[in-house]
Design a protein around this ligand. Structure first.
Ligand code: NAP
Length: 293
């Protein structure tokens, strides 16, 4: 599995497996565990979860049942909005670690920016990293202003910012800002097919005519083209799939290469169209979401 080296020297598999809402929102049961186990059996070693997804137990159980040594996995989880701040972050991390049944996390992210709490949260996370309980610290949905602010006091630089990024929402300016600061870009809802709002399915990038044309030329699927566009652009990408055929196809990206013109063409499909939450407006909704015990 192709890796990239983060700014702290840690290697991360560029292709990961997203776990949000497998089997339904916050489901945490044998179906979720078996689905993740299938993804592992097919080859995924980088797994993205979050306390809010409510499925950390299933992630931990799948990894244990796989029989594959823990060190071969790269596991990311995230601290939720209501868990931020000096008094909460360490406890939130302990709860995640307990549910995951893991001694350490590879990457711990702040799920959404909460500027009034970010410094306290980050400082707590830095303590956990100093204690060896986390290998790398990162961000999710952080804007350039949030990152600039954080860099003014961070002892440990974030390695990574996980953003909604797909051909209809390329976030070029923010992605370039991250790259200029040596912060890797990871793409959530990379297929633009996540069901985080009411956008009709036929307006999603996997049905885009230009992508279909590129896919036909390479004899691959539109999904494979989108994933490859991210990999060749140096980004990390974490598609979610519950369908084994789709999981296998998402892992099968080595047999073709997009040329520079195709990469530019996909990038130019941007419509500035978010399918998910907006960090400028997420706060009240995020505070209302409950992390399952
Ligand atoms: N940081 C954040 O705020 C944030 C927000 C949202 C998501 N995320 C992370 O990003 C991950 C991915 O995002 P997402 O789940 O929203 O959306 P996504 O990965 O863009 O899309 C998932 C959808 O695409 C389908 N799909 C996957 N592979 C396919 C293939 N080869 N052919 C056809 N359809 C395919 C899946 O169906 P099947 O299941 O049937 O294959 C599912 O309906 C999440 O699971 C989560 O880990 C992070």
């Amino acid at each position: 599995m192709q890796t990239i080296t983060l700014n702290n020297g840690v290697k991360i598999p560029q292709l990961g497996y997203g776990t949000a809402a497998i089997g339904g929102w916050q489901a945490d049961n044998d179906y979720v565990k078996d689905t993740i186990l299938k993804a592992i059996e097919l080859g995924f070693r980088h797994i993205d979860t979050a306390s809010l997804y409510g499925n950390e137990r299933s992630v931990g159980r799948a990894i244990q049942e796989s029989g594959i040594p823990r060190e071969e996995f790269f596991v990311t989880t995230k601290v939720w909005h209501t868990e931020q701040g000096a008094a909460n972050t360490v406890h939130a991390f302990d709860r995640s670690r307990e549910r995951l049944q893991m001694e350490y996390l590879d990457l711990y992210l702040i799920h959404w920016p909460y500027p009034e709490k970010t410094q306290e949260t980050w400082t707590e996370m830095e303590g956990l990293l100093d204690d060896g309980l986390i290998k790398s610290l990162g961000l999710s949905n952080f804007r350039a202003s949030d990152i600039t602010d954080l860099l003014s006091y961070a002892r440990h630089k974030p390695v990574y910012n996980q953003l909604e990024l797909h051909p209809y929402f390329t976030q070029k300016e923010l992605a370039d800002f991250c790259t200029a600061h040596d912060i890797a870009v990871s793409c959530w809802s990379p297929l633009g097919t996540g069901e985080w709002n009411d956008t009709p399915k036929d307006e999603k990038p996997i049905l885009d005519a230009a992508i279909a044309e590129i896919a036909a030329k390479h004899n691959v699927s539109a999904v494979q083209v989108i994933l490859k566009w991210n990999l060749q652009s140096g980004r990390i990408v974490i598609p979610k799939s519950e369908t084994p055929k789709n999981m296998a196809s998402n892992l099968d990206l080595d047999g073709f290469t997009l040329d520079a013109q195709e990469i530019t063409r996909i990038g130019s499909l941007d419509k500035g169209k978010r399918f998910g939450g907006d960090p400028d407006h997420v706060h009240d909704n995020a505070m209302a979401q409950i992390v399952p015990a």
